[in-house]
Design a protein around this ligand. Sequence first.
Ligand code: AMP
Ligand code: ZN
Length: 115
Amino acid sequence: MDNCVFCKITSKQSPAEILMESDDVVVFKDIYPSAPVHYLVVSKKHIPSIKEVLHEDEVLMGHLIHMARDAAEKLGLNGYKLVFNVGKEGGQIVDHIHLHLLGGWAKNKANTVNV
Ligand code: AMP
Ligand code: ZN
């Protein structure tokens, strides 16, 4: 989609620090990290948010979660958070569906995070 920052990254028109990629999903580093380890798991298909997910996108959404899990394993994270911000009131700034992968805190330390 024109003028969508994440469409530009997933189609390689804009740079990003890519960790992993499949046919449908790209995992790249968040430029303004909210945790010691902060990656974004992003579908190549432009879906604005969770609100617009269709029945036909269910396999893609499952794949998004699997990619997040595989990225966490690759990064050596034992525990982590996966967060979807949904809509402006939910803190969503980029209107292209993405799952935040957050981790890297000290072991046994309670943590809270806003993304
Ligand atoms: P959200 O608030 O859920 O829409 O999250 C958007 C995230 O995208 C924020 O954590 C930003 O730091 C991140 N972000 C925005 N632009 C870029 C970019 N060009 N490359 C990497 N991350 C980005
Ligand atoms: Zn997009």
